[in-house]
Design a protein around this ligand. Structure first.
Ligand code: UDX
Ligand code: UDX
Length: 472
């Protein structure tokens, strides 16, 4: 029976970092080394200021760093020492070539796999952690097998990560389930059992699901597509609510109380963001197209189309409410991260909205409690276009508080649901006093008590709610 004593993780990102830190924390008998080609990132993991913000992460890292948890740029050394290697490199959507804008770019997964094949001096269990299209393991296997010898054998597992940012540590410490897929061969099943033993250091055995390799790969895409689909469904209903006077929170609550539907992921919003949902659905769409299943591809694609529509609809409503022009008006944007409790901005709705405001020549003032100034400029500049960052800096002001952003603004737009923007935490009387009148407020996250703010004088518009709802 294989017992894992030494783990290497390639890729010290949002997934590899927290996941392997928790493994080290819960398995003091296993040495865990997280490696990355980016020396800046490794230096940050070894410093007082970790490269990502995640509640509870610092405590976990501090408890085991230097004991059984190490961060290093020595990729080859860590591969050689390990019995089990997680591949957690990024798999972004392809920007050019075949499948551009849809298919996942597997170049990093491939180069990490080739590196393992090249430098390994003993048998390894290689675990796919990055989200990949169904059947990627097949390519990894071909590369590894082409390099295996009678002494060195490679087994491949799929172990997709289901953590959500902002709650990563909680999700990792008590996951709903851990999924491990393996080829149903003798050594495949032995490798699967070895990884099951790692997780059962802290996860109850009945929560560890073992499947074949392809089910595991597809389940990750399927879970994200279904979660995103619920948001697009409720967002589609929010448009109907605004037109009819139904209240989307009431509708979501009423539907969610049906135990067959469940209450989670039914919060209407300005649109979902994050590194996974859009990418994974597009992956599923591409896979369906490749399998010659166009109706299936269209079905899932509609979830993304709905999300784009929701963002555009929100912007259109802002412009029409502000008397059909926002030229030279000051728009205060509260929140830039794709959701609360994270500094991550990948695919954040804020980026689309603010680019639209800039197109309309509005002046934009942004405040987010966790996103760095440089990151905001980078997200708003067009890649590859010279000097766009300077242009962005002219049009966009980055503020250190919501009050500063709202000072002299014509409209306040809530884009991320940070608790500090709630009406029991932010002093909206003070915000109102500093604004141009009429003072408009657009709530893209349904976090304020609109009637209360209307009493203060604001003109309030909330997604999925009509001001006259329930009156006549
Ligand atoms: C993860 C998953 O792995 C991705 O498939 C999923 O869809 C989103 O979440 P994430 O951890 O968020 O990716 O990505 P990122 O924070 O970019 O981390 C990836 C790390 O891998 C980077 O630090 C990068 O430097 C590193 N890397 C990349 C390597 O060390 N080697 C490579 O060859 C490529
Ligand atoms: C998601 C999955 O939840 C996780 O299981 C997977 O491993 C990675 O992708 P993440 O992207 O970190 O996690 O965040 P999530 O909490 O799922 O939120 C995604 C987006 O949907 C955010 O922009 C969020 O604000 C939005 N959202 C979520 C809604 O608009 N309404 C909801 O009801 C829930």
């Amino acid at each position: 029976m294989t017992v894992v004593k030494n783990i290497c993780c390639i890729g010290a990102g949002y997934v590899g970092g927290p996941t392997c830190a928790v493994i080290a924390y819960k398995c003091p008998d296993i040495k865990v080394t997280i490696v990355d080609v980016n020396p800046g990132r490794i230096a940050a993991w070894n410093s007082d200021k970790l490269p990502i913000y995640e509640p509870g992460l610092e405590e976990v890292v501090l408890a085991c760093r230097g004991k059984n948890l190490f961060f290093s740029t020595d990729v080859d050394g860590a591969i050689q020492e390990a019995d089990l290697i997680f591949v957690s490199v990024n798999t972004p959507t392809k920007k050019s070539g075949m499948g551009a804008g849809m298919a996942a770019d597997l170049a990093y997964v491939e180069s990490a796999t080739r590196r393992i094949a090249e430098v390994a001096k003993s048998s390894k269990i290689v675990v796919e952690k990055s989200t990949v299209p169904c059947r990627t393991a097949q390519s990894m296997r071909t590369i590894l097998e082409a390099n295996s010898t009678p002494e060195i054998h490679f087994d491949i597992l799929s172990n997709p990560e289901f953590l959500a940012e902002g709650t990563a540590i909680r999700d990792l410490l008590s996951p709903d389930r851990v999924l491990i897929g393996a080829l149903q061969t003798e050594t495949g099943i032995e490798a699967q059992n070895a990884l099951v033993d790692v997780y059962t250091h802290w996860v109850p055995r009945e929560r560890v699901i073992t499947t074949n390799l392809w089910s595991s790969e597809l389940s990750k895409l399927a879970a994200n597509a279904m979660l995103a689909q619920r948001i697009s469904s409720v967002n589609a209903l929010s448009a109907i609510c605004e037109a009819t006077g139904a209240d989307v929170d009431e509708v979501a609550y009423a539907c969610g109380r049906d135990s067959r539907l469940g209450a989670k992921f039914l919060k209407a919003s300005v649109g979902f963001g994050g590194s996974c949902f859009q990418k994974d659905i597009l992956n599923l769409v591409y896979l369906s197209q490749q399998l010659n299943l166009p109706e299936v591809a269209d079905y899932w694609h509609q979830v993304v189309i709905m999300n784009e529509y929701q963002k555009k609809r929100f912007v259109r409503n802002i412009i029409s409410t502000l008397f059909n022009t926002i030229t030279n008006k000051k728009i205060a944007v509260l929140g830039f991260a794709f959701k609360k409790d994270t500094g991550d901005t990948r695919e954040s709705a804020a980026i689309t909205l603010i680019k639209d405001f800039m197109q309309e020549n509005a002046r934009v003032a942004i405040y987010d409690p966790k996103v760095e100034r440089e990151q905001i400029y980078m997200d708003l500049a067009e890649p590859g276009v010279v000097d766009t960052q300077k242009e962005v800096e002219k049009k966009v002001q980055i503020c250190s508080s919501a009050y500063e952003a709202a000072e002299g603004a014509d409209a306040v737009v809530i884009v991320t649901e940070w608790d500090e923007f709630r009406d029991d935490q932010l002093d909206y009387t003070k915000i109102y006093a500093g604004m141009n009148k009429p003072a408009f407020l657009f709530d893209g996250r349904l976090i304020v008590d609109a009637p209360k703010l209307r009493q203060l004088g604001f003109k309030v518009s909330v997604i999925g709610k009509n001001e006259l709802a329930g009156t006549a």
